[in-house]
Ligand binder design. Structure first.
Ligand SMILES: *Cc1c(COP(=O)(O)O)cnc(C)c1O
Length: 367
């Protein structure tokens, strides 16, 4: 009588395990009755967005602003990005978060059975995106928690269509320098798309960290993705983008939903981009918070993976999931990363100074 709809789902979807987001604060309150909790679990920006963004969004809160479709061509945001990054507006593809763009890339270029290559411990979305379209998942082993570009190169097969590289990587915070990444790109055949996911780009201070958007002229198979979710603090609005050749942007725009970015997100991103002073504040706060955690972990005798993002993964020398659960009860939400092959680590997002302190104190009490 009743049909097994799972059997009707595509093979990829049948084997799919959905992405596990960080626990929202109100869920913690609902499930555990814990109030006054802090969330350091999703690499959100504790400073929040530019006040100019809040002002602009209020202006859009009108019948007209809500009832009209957004600008499907994203003209104003693309123009603002083009000016800011000195690129042609036609090189941009706007997404509902950069995750949306990552998925568009896979849908546009990878047929069922074809290969998606990524590193061990890399961002969880790459295998999820590949699995959803029944791709062959090709995982190269990591080295010192980071991407091992030699291993990735060795893992390329005739079947590989798209390579995902997170720089820096989440959840490890590890990164690739300019010379290594460039040498890798030079070695990859032009018919394989290489996506460099730079979700934390704005936070990075290291001198030899590459701005790969400057290499687009050299590598026609390169796609760079960035987001307004992290340093620009607009995670709730869902807006990100890719920069690529015009031809690739044209291809991605064929599979893109015309209104994947809503009017509020488009306006917020455009305004956020203009307030570079606010962005600098967020970067400074992150830098101080990172130093605070590094010193705190050293004091507790805990090893951590040096990170250039707005988060840090620490080796808690015990079952990370169990510790995560005990921390929840103390009102501190962090991120267990056992699903990344890191069962003894916790990933902690850099918060406000008081939040970082509270997290370190809870760790000290529980360990
Ligand atoms: C957070 C993150 C993203 C961005 O997600 P959005 O969809 O833009 O919010 C992309 N890649 C990595 C590695 C991330 O950590």
């Amino acid at each position: 009588m009743s049909c097994d709809y799972l059997a009707l789902a595509t093979p990829g979807v049948q084997g799919l395990h959905p992405y596990q987001p960080g626990k929202p604060l109100d869920e913690l309150e609902r499930e555990y009755g814990v109030t006054n909790a802090i969330k350091l679990a999703s690499n959100e920006n504790p400073l929040g967005p530019s006040p100019d963004v809040l002002m602009a969004l209020k202006g859009l809160c009108s019948v007209e602003g809500l009832a009209r479709y957004p600008d499907g061509g994203c003209f104003r945001l693309k123009t603002a990005l083009a000016t800011h990054l000195q690129q042609d507006p036609a090189c941009f593809t706007i997404g509902n978060g950069s995750n949306d763009v990552l998925e568009l890339i896979a849908r546009a270029f990878v047929q069922p059975g074809q290969g998606i290559l990524f590193s061990e411990h890399a961002f969880a979305l790459y295998p999820i995106i590949g699995q959803a379209i029944s791709a062959e998942l090709q995982m190269a082993p990591a080295k010192n928690w980071g991407h091992d570009l030699e291993a990735m190169r060795a893992a390329i097969t005739d079947n590989t269509r798209v390579i995902f590289i997170a720089n820096p990587n989440n959840p490890t915070g590890t990164w690739l320098d300019s010379a290594s990444l460039r040498a890798f790109l030079e070695a990859v055949p032009e018919n394989i798309i290489v996506v460099v996911d730079e979700a934390y780009f704005e936070y990075v201070q290291e001198a030899d960290y590459p701005d790969t958007s400057l290499w687009l002229g050299d590598f026609p198979n390169l796609i760079v993705t960035r987001t307004f979710s992290k340093a620009y603090a607009l995670a709730g609005l869902r807006i990100g983008y890719s920069i690529s050749s015009k031809q690739i942007a044209d291809i991605l725009n064929r599979v893109r939903q015309p209104f994947n970015a809503d009017s509020f997100a488009l306006l917020a991103a455009e305004v956020a981009l203009k307030d570079q002073a606010h962005l600098q504040q967020a970067i400074a706060l992150n830098k101080a918070g990172m130093a605070q955690f590094e010193a705190g972990f050293a004091k507790l005798g805990l090893n951590f993976i040096p990170s250039i993002g707005n988060f840090i993964s620490v080796d808690v020398q015990t079952n990370g999931m169990a510790l995560y659960d005990r921390m929840l009860r103390e009102g501190v939400i962090v991120r267990p990363v056992a699903n990344y092959g890191m069962p003894q680590h916790l990933r902690i997002s850099i918060g406000l100074e008081t939040e970082n302190l509270r997290c370190l104190q809870v760790l000290e009490n529980l360990l």
